[in-house]
Each structure stands twice: as C-alpha cells, then as structure tokens.
Design a protein around this ligand. Sequence first.
Ligand code: NAP
Length: 306
Amino acid sequence: MRNVIIIGSGPAGYTAAIYAARANLAPLLIASSVQAGGELMNTTEVENFPGFPEGIQGPELMNKMQEQAERFGTEVLLDDVTEVDFSGPVKKVKTGYSGDFEASAVIFATGSAYRKIGLADEERLSGRGISWCATCDGFFFKQKTIAVVGGGDSAMEEATFLTKFADKVYVIHRRDTLRASKIMQDRAFANEKIEFIWNSEVTGISGENALDGVTLTDTVDGSTRELPLDGMFVSIGNDPRTHLIHGQLDLTAEGTIAVDGRSSRTSNTGVFAAGDVIDPTYRQAATAAASGTVAALDAEHYLASL
Ligand code: NAP
C-alpha cells in the first residue's frame, strides 16, 4: 500500500508531488495516459509564473515540474484513473492499464476540462474545423478565416496566437464587454487581424465533413445571421473534472470539490483536493501550485496522525 497517491499532473499535482516526495512519502502520481502535464501543455508562452522573467513555454514548465517531482522520488505513472473507492480508510484507485492501487491518502488534482457550447454538430465536427486548442491545431488554419468563441483571457490568448496563421480571426462574444484582463484585451484590440463580433452566440454549426460556417444569434434583439468560417476555436472556460468522485466527495454550488476552509481537506477523511478542481475563481498556474503545496502538507499531517 502507498502512503499517498496524487491524481493529476498539472501544477497542483506536481507541486503536491514535490512536497510529498521531499517529505519521504514516495508518492505515486497518476498523470493521464494521453497527455501528462495538464492544461499548460496546450499553452504557448506563460508570462506570469514567478521565476521566469522572460516567460516560459507551457510544456517546458510542466516538464520541469515533472523532473523536479521525480528528482525527489515521485513515481509518475502515465495512465488514466478509471474509478476510485474512498469508502474505507484504505483508498482504492483503479487505472486503465496498470491495475489497482491502494493508499492511506489521496490528493485529487484533476483540474478542469474545456467547456463545450452544447450544440449537436460541435461533437461531430470536432477535429474537422472545430477545436479547443489553438497551439495544437492553429497550424492547420494558415491563411484561413476562423473564429474564437469567448471573452476571457483564454479567448484573447488563443485569438492573438491564431493570427500567426489565419488571415482573419473573429472573436465572438455573448456580451459587449470582455472578461479578459486589460493587458490581454489591449493586445487583441491592437491586432489588425482580429475583429470582434459583440453580443452574439453561436446557435448553429454547418458543414458536411468539415465546418463551413456558423449561425450567430444576437443576444440583444434575437436576430440571426450566417458567418462563413474555415475553423472555430471554442474558448469559453472550463468545468472542474469531478466525474470520478460523484457521490463520494461533497461538491460546492459551483461544482468544484468542497474543502474545509483554506485547507485541502475534502468531506472524506484522508482525501485531499487541490488546484482548479477546488477553485472556481482564480485558476492560475501559480495558485494551483500553491494549492498543491497545501494538499501535500495536509496529507503529510494526516499520515503522521495515523
Ligand atoms: P473564463 O475567464 O471563465 O471566461 C470564459 C468566457 O467564455 C467568458 O467571456 C464567458 O462569457 C464566455 N462563456 C462562458 N460560457 C459560455 C457559453 N456557453 N457560450 C458563450 N460564451 C460563454 O475562462 P478562461 O478565459 O478560460 O480563463 C480561465 C481562467 O484562466 C481565468 O482565471 C483566466 O484569468 C485564466 N487564464 C489566464 C491567462 C493568462 O494570464 N495568461 C491565460 C488564460 C487563462 P461572460 O464573460 O459573458 O461570462
């Protein structure tokens, strides 16, 4: 049986692993079979993580975090957790390929998943003109006309990045003011290839084998119009990834895992949670890392008390 299993490999998971490993807990970190490193693997330049004054590429930052966690004895497993059972004092974790594991404590740091618009054709044309990741798919839209949906920091970042490839990038936002921070807004406003379409929602998607356009509905007067597009990037936020623990841990009204005050203690003794999965508000790499620190310290105290 393990001391502690950490589920998730974003900044929260790796930071928890660094602390737990340095506390000689020999943590097992289950990182995902498809892509270890979490959301920052889909990001380009990270400019606001302390310690990197010139900025750092998201994947490089995550590789460094993994290296640092491994250096102190973290075992990183590239597999998916398919089921957890937190009903007893021994926590059980099933994986897709590597069998079952048991631990006295679990740190749950599964982050959040891209939100979908919720249209039937969105799924059908996913990877055929519709994408959630500009760094992954931007290259396919050289000299094309594309749109980014959303008004937050991610949408501005994606839109600005995509102007490297596309001739024209519309930003479709449901209101007439952005949620994004001032610096990200200013960067997008200053970019000649970006045109904002305000007060509009995507209510229809067309295209036989690949996306060829969307229907926009005006959120003020309800009128509709068609917009021809070669590509669309959906950047409307994230939802906490909690499907594994439904019914086993209490959630907040916002859908994040409920924790006790500023701690990482969940409603189940011995299970701790950290990062975006508990945070409906800040959701930064630096806050997730701090949250992972808290979880490792809480888990360490808990294990010492057993
Ligand atoms: P976000 O801040 O939650 O913004 C989501 C955007 O999508 C909002 O503009 C929202 O509109 C819109 N939206 C939500 N649901 C929608 C729907 N169903 N249909 C149409 N539009 C919808 O999410 P985010 O931009 O992904 O950012 C998440 C967090 O990461 C934030 O804390 C952000 O600051 C951070 N982040 C930081 C950086 C950076 O600093 N470099 C980069 C990326 C992300 P409303 O505005 O009307 O609600």
